[in-house]
Design a protein around this ligand. Sequence first.
Ligand SMILES: NC(=O)c1ccc[n+]([C@@H]2O[C@H](COP(=O)([O-])OP(=O)(O)OC[C@H]3O[C@@H](n4cnc5c(N)ncnc54)[C@H](O)[C@@H]3O)[C@@H](O)[C@H]2O)c1
Length: 243
Amino acid sequence: MGKLDGKYAVVTGAAKGIGAAIARKFLAEGVEKIALLDVSAIDPRSFDESGKRAFSYICDIGNEESVRETFAKIYEDFGRIDILVNNAGITRDAMFHKMTTDQWKAVLNVDLFSVFYTCRQVINPMRQQNYGRIINIASSSIRGNIGQCNYAAAKSGIVGFTCSLAKESGRKGITANCIAPGGTNTDMYKTVPQEVLEATLKRLPYGRLAEPEEIAGAAAFLASDDASYVSGQVIFVTGGNLS
Ligand SMILES: NC(=O)c1ccc[n+]([C@@H]2O[C@H](COP(=O)([O-])OP(=O)(O)OC[C@H]3O[C@@H](n4cnc5c(N)ncnc54)[C@H](O)[C@@H]3O)[C@@H](O)[C@H]2O)c1
């Protein structure tokens, strides 16, 4: 028996990195069906050989119309959504004194507005079914990070949003939580300059980045009934790094 037997899940940004690891973990924990959302098509058989449990949906989460159409299709296909993981995200790093309005808007749109768009699609059905698990991927950058005023603002916005949604939704059987990963070994982190990476590794208690699978474990916990009374929380998965 898996922790997520019989559940219907959606993961955004599932093509690679942390999103793909979360989707694989959810499948291993028994989800009935999982919708894999990304900007381009994903081969669902690389997640589930049976072809019966994983499904690919092309969706730009920064576009409200695309999100609305995609979730309408998922509800048509699945009938319900129990678990929503808002994982997709981007960075457009720059020192604030050099940051362009485009860099600011792109990150706020894909990393924060998207969460509003997707949660709007699931909140009423979850309230009606008296059950829901919303997991939003924030970042340890909410504590501030050089070159990431846009990203830290978006991810901090997610935290405030999630804590408010948790308070609004408790009586309806819905939990809402954040995971704040530290530096994780994915393509996103590959954009970090080599000298910054070396300095970071020196100060990390584990002396290494997280692997995406180490973030996925926290998501599976929050999605499961083990976390039925855990809501409005931010779980920092940073290998003991407190800065
Ligand atoms: N890697 C890290 O060090 C790290 C640390 C803290 C938080 N995070 C967060 O974890 C999440 C996943 O990051 P990752 O490292 O796996 O990144 P990644 O770049 O490896 O993967 C991100 C995925 O999101 C998808 N995506 C991007 N824009 C999209 C859009 N508009 N619509 C739909 N899909 C879109 C990409 O196609 C990609 O598949 C992000 O929210 C990121 O901010 C990452």
